[in-house]
Design a protein around this ligand. Structure first.
Ligand SMILES: Nc1ncnc2c1ncn2[C@@H]1O[C@H](COP(=O)(O)OP(=O)(O)OP(=O)(O)O)[C@@H](O)[C@H]1O
Length: 246
């Protein structure tokens, strides 16, 4: 469903994403893990057609994300790391606007917006301006916007970063529900507990390089590490760090 084919990004002389080749299957929840500055957001921005790759390509449902961004956006719901809304639109108006941008007629856009507001526990805030929403409410509103057109793929950049435990659990439950409906999810995070709970498979990116891919059990076996994903992650990234230094 998602095919990275030697995708890379160089800023000036700095290699932010080194040639990335990876396949994510239809219906899979794939965790893209890495420390700060590893290249996660850069990769996701190339998937969304926001950044131009330096080389290679990424295909979603067979479509080149750089060459056909509008077609890709029909199939994809995207939650950026910091969702930004028109401050002086109300939650209800924002969802209505996003639905109309996807081509739904006004009445259907309103109906879809109302359904998602209810699903995401934002009914009471429907008439409040987005500028007054808490971070947790903004993430939920962002996720509602990402889901408004029933996309086959969700691309999420740090969906629970900065949320309190209740808000974080709520967002994770929405994601599990989407996964249960068969949505393919590509989620970047450095919150390993979330990855452990949600993901069928993870990839670890370090200094722009994909250094490991697999299920948690496979990574444990490959890294000869036991215990939590955190143990495996720390072992793999410190080994990659040593190799970079040599
Ligand atoms: N526009 C830019 N120009 C130059 N360097 C950049 C630019 N954007 C990002 N970088 C660098 O590229 C590297 C990867 O950044 P990126 O934001 O993709 O990392 P990340 O894995 O998402 O990190 P974080 O978890 O901290 O959000 C970092 O070293 C960053 O400083």
């Amino acid at each position: 469903m998602i095919e990275f084919q030697g995708l890379s990004k160089v800023y000036g002389g700095f290699k932010a994403v080194k040639p990335l080749t990876l396949s994510v299957r239809r219906g899979e929840v794939f965790g893209f893990l890495g420390p700060n500055g590893a290249g996660k957001t850069t990769t996701i921005r190339m998937m969304m057609g926001i950044l131009v790759p330096s080389a290679g390509q990424v295909l979603i449902d067979g479509l080149d994300c750089h060459a056909e961004p509008a077609e890709v956006k029909r199939r994809v719901g995207y939650l950026p790391d910091t969702p930004i809304f028109y401050d002086y639109l109300r939650g209800r108006e924002i969802l209505q606007f996003v639905a109309e941008m996807h081509g739904y007629p006004r009445a259907e856009a309103a109906e879809r917006g109302a359904r998602l507001l209810a699903e995401f526990g934002l009914e009471e805030a429907a008439e409040d301006y987005a500028v007054n929403y808490s971070l947790g409410m903004k993430k939920r509103l962002g996720l509602a916007c990402a889901l408004i057109h029933d996309p086959a793929v969700l691309i999420l950049d740090e969906p629970i970063n900065g949320l309190d435990p209740r808000a974080s659990r709520e967002v994770q439950e929405r994601l599990l529900a989407a996964a249960a409906r068969g949505v393919t999810i590509f989620v970047s995070t450095h919150l390993l507990a979330m990855a452990e709970k949600l993901c069928d498979r993870v990839g670890i990116i370090h200094h722009g390089q994909l250094v490991a891919t697999g299920t948690l059990d496979q990574l444990r076996a490959d890294a000869s590490a036991s215990g939590s994903l955190e143990d495996v992650f720390l072992k793999i990234t410190s080994e990659a760090e040593r190799e970079t230094e040599q």
